[in-house]
Design a protein around this ligand. Structure first.
Ligand code: AMP
Ligand code: ZN
Length: 491
C-alpha cells in the first residue's frame, strides 16, 4: 500500500512498526462549539483510512484526544457566564453525538487533556532538564526552537525565513519569537493545575505529544489531522518528541485537504461554515459521506448544497440496485447452465472488488474506489434489465454483497433496513401458512421465511412463491442476503 507522507512529500510503502498492527493518532477538536463540516471532512478521511486498514487485515489502534482546556473554551465560558468545564463537557458530548450520527467509529482511546496533566508535566520537566525548554518569571514555560537543530523538519520551514516573513506574538520573555508555550501561567479565574513552575495549564501542542507517548508509545505509525495543522501544531509536536525522547513522533504524517465554500477554506473565523449537526439534520449521513469521499482526502474539497442534493440521488441509486439484486437472487433459480451474460456479470463483480482495492491501495483514493462501486451498479442494472425472467441467483447475491461490503469499507451502509416497522398482519399470515402460534410481527416474519426456505429446499416452488406473494400482498418484500433472507417494507 502506498501512503503519502507529508514529511517526505512522497508516496511511500506502508511498513508497520509492528507487523500486522497500526497505531494511529488524529488530533481531536477543541470543544467550545459544534464542529463544522470542514472539521468533519478531516475526521471522516481518517475514519475511512482506519476502516480500510482494518479491511486489509491490520489490527488498528486509533487514539483521538479532546482538547478540553483552551483559550477558546475559556472565552466562550466567560461570554456565557459558565465554567470552562461546563462548556467543554457540553461540546465534548455534542462532538461524540455528531460523530456517531455521521457513522464515524469511536476511537479505541479518547484521552482528555484535563485528565492528562501529569504526563504533560513529566514531558515538560524532561525538556527543561535536557536544555530544550525554559521557565520564565511569569510562570510560563517555553520550548526553545533555537536549541532544536531539527526544527522545521516536518513543514520544511526555515526559522530565519519564518522570522523574516511571519508576524508572531511579541513577548519579552521569549528568547525567540517562535518559541512556544508548553505551560501557561494561570490568569485569575482560569482553570489551572499546580506545577513546579506555578499554577497553570498546558499548551495545545504539548497535549497531543504527551498523550501519544503515554497511550500509543513513540513513534507511532500514522499521525493525522487537517493540513492547516502542519505548522505550527504538528511541527511543534514533533519537535517536542524528538527533543524529549530522541524519537520521531510518527513514521507517517498524513493531512487532509481543506473543505472550501466558494473557494475559501471553511472556518469559524471567516463565518462561512455549516455545522455538521445542521447538515445531518437535513441530509442522510451516507449522502454527506458520499459527497466528501468523491474527492481524494488530500485534495481540497468544494462543498455546495447543490452537489449534496445530487449525491442523495446517487445514494438512492446504489440502495435500489442492492435491493433489486437481492430480489433477483430470491427469484426462481435458472434452469441448466449459466449463460455467457451471467458469467460476464460474475467477472464484473470480481473485477469491481479488485479495482476498488487497487484504488484504495494508492493512498486511499476513495474517488477511484467509489468509481469502481458505481461501475458495478451500472453493470448490475444492465444485467438485471437484460436478464429476462431468470437470473443467476448466486451471482446477483454476490453482486449485492460486494456492493454492501465495499461501501461499508467507506462507512456507507447500503444494507441498512429502512426504518422497519413490520405490520401485525404478518402474524395472521404466519398462523395461516406456517403454523405460527406467537404474537410478534418479527417472529412471524422469521417463521414465514423458515417455511419458505423449507419449501425451496424441497423444490416446492409453488409453496415458496405463495409465501413470498402473501408477504408481498402486505406491502413487504423478501430480500435474500448471504446471511439469510429478511422481510422489509417496500421502498
Ligand atoms: P480544530 O478544532 O480547529 O483544531 O479543528 C479540528 C480538525 O479539523 C483539525 O484537524 C483541523 O485541521 C480540521 N479542519 C479545520 N478546518 C477545516 C476545513 N475547512 N477543512 C478540513 N479540515 C479542517
Ligand atoms: Zn494534535
Amino acid at each position: 500500500m502506498l501512503v503519502y507522507n507529508s514529511q517526505t512529500h512522497r508516496k511511500e510503502e506502508l511498513v508497520p512498526i509492528e507487523e500486522g498492527k497500526i497505531r494511529m493518532y488524529v488530533c481531536g477538536p477543541t470543544v467550545y462549539d459544534q464542529i463544522h463540516i470542514g472539521n468533519a471532512r478531516t475526521f471522516l478521511s481518517f475514519d475511512v483510512i482506519r476502516r480500510y486498514l482494518m479491511h486489509k487485515g491490520y489490527q488498528v489502534t486509533f487514539a483521538q484526544n479532546l482538547t478540553d482546556v483552551d483559550d477558546k473554551i475559556i472565552n466562550r465560558a466567560n461570554e456565557q457566564g459558565r465554567t470552562a468545564a461546563e462548556v467543554a463537557e457540553e461540546f465534548s458530548a455534542a462532538f461524540i453525538e455528531q460523530m456517531h450520527r455521521f457513522g464515524i467509529l469511536d476511537p479505541d482511546i479518547r484521552p482528555r487533556a484535563t485528565r492528562e496533566i501529569e504526563a504533560m508535566q513529566e514531558m515538560i520537566q524532561l525538556l527543561i532538564e535536557k536544555g530544550f525548554a525554559y521557565p520564565v518569571p511569569s510562570g510560563d514555560v517555553y520550548f526553545s526552537v533555537r536549541s532544536d537543530h531539527n526544527y522545521g523538519i516536518l513543514s520544511g520551514r526555515d526559522l530565519d525565513q519564518l522570522r523574516a516573513g511571519e508576524r508572531v506574538e511579541v513577548n519579552d520573555e521569549k528568547r525567540d519569537p517562535f518559541d512556544f508555550a508548553l505551560w501557561k501561567a494561570a490568569k485569575p479565574g482560569e482553570p489551572s493545575w499546580p506545577s513546579p513552575w506555578g499554577d497553570g495549564r498546558p499548551g495545545w501542542h504539548t497535549e497531543c505529544c504527551a498523550m501519544i507517548h503515554r497511550y500509543l508509545g513513540t513513534p507511532i505509525d500514522i499521525h493525522g489531522g487537517g493540513a492547516d495543522l502542519i505548522f505550527p501544531h504538528h511541527e511543534n509536536e514533533t519537535a517536542q518528541a524528538m527533543c524529549a525522547w530522541d524519537k520521531a513522533l510518527a513514521n507517517t504524517w498524513m493531512h487532509a485537504g481543506m473543505l472550501r465554500v466558494n473557494g475559501d477554506k471553511m472556518s469559524k473565523s471567516l463565518g462561512n461554515f455549516f455545522t455538521l449537526k445542521e447538515v445531518l439534520d437535513k441530509y442522510p449521513a451516507d449522502a454527506v459521506r458520499l459527497l466528501m469521499l468523491q474527492t481524494q482526502y488530500r485534495a481540497p474539497l468544494d462543498f455546495s448544497f447543490e452537489r449534496l442534493d445530487g449525491t442523495v440521488g446517487t445514494l438512492e441509486r446504489m440502495q435500489t440496485c442492492v435491493r433489486n439484486l437481492r430480489w433477483a437472487a430470491g427469484q426462481k433459480p435458472k434452469d441448466g447452465a449459466l449463460e455467457e451474460a451471467d458469467r460476464e456479470f460474475g467477472r464484473v463483480v470480481d473485477a469491481a472488488r479488485e479495482d476498488f482495492e487497487r484504488q484504495m491501495d494508492d493512498d486511499f483514493n476513495t474517488a477511484g474506489g467509489l468509481a469502481a462501486i458505481f461501475s458495478l451498479v451500472t453493470a448490475a442494472n444492465t444485467y438485471l434489465d437484460a436478464a429476462g425472467e431468470r437470473y443467476a441467483n448466486a451471482v446477483c447475491l454476490r453482486a449485492a454483497d460486494t456492493l454492501c461490503e465495499l461501501s461499508s469499507v467507506l462507512g456507507i451502509d447500503l444494507a441498512r433496513e429502512a426504518a422497519d416497522e413490520l405490520p401485525h398482519e404478518l402474524v395472521d399470515l404466519a398462523r395461516e401458512v406456517a403454523g405460527y402460534e406467537g404474537d410478534s410481527a418479527s417472529d412471524a416474519a422469521a417463521a414465514l421465511l423458515d417455511a419458505r426456505q423449507e419449501a425451496r429446499a424441497a423444490k416446492d416452488w409453488g409453496r415458496a412463491d405463495a409465501i413470498r406473494d402473501g408477504i408481498a400482498a402486505l406491502g413487504l418484500v423478501v430480500e435474500d442476503t448471504a446471511s439469510g433472507a429478511r422481510v422489509h417494507k417496500k421502498a
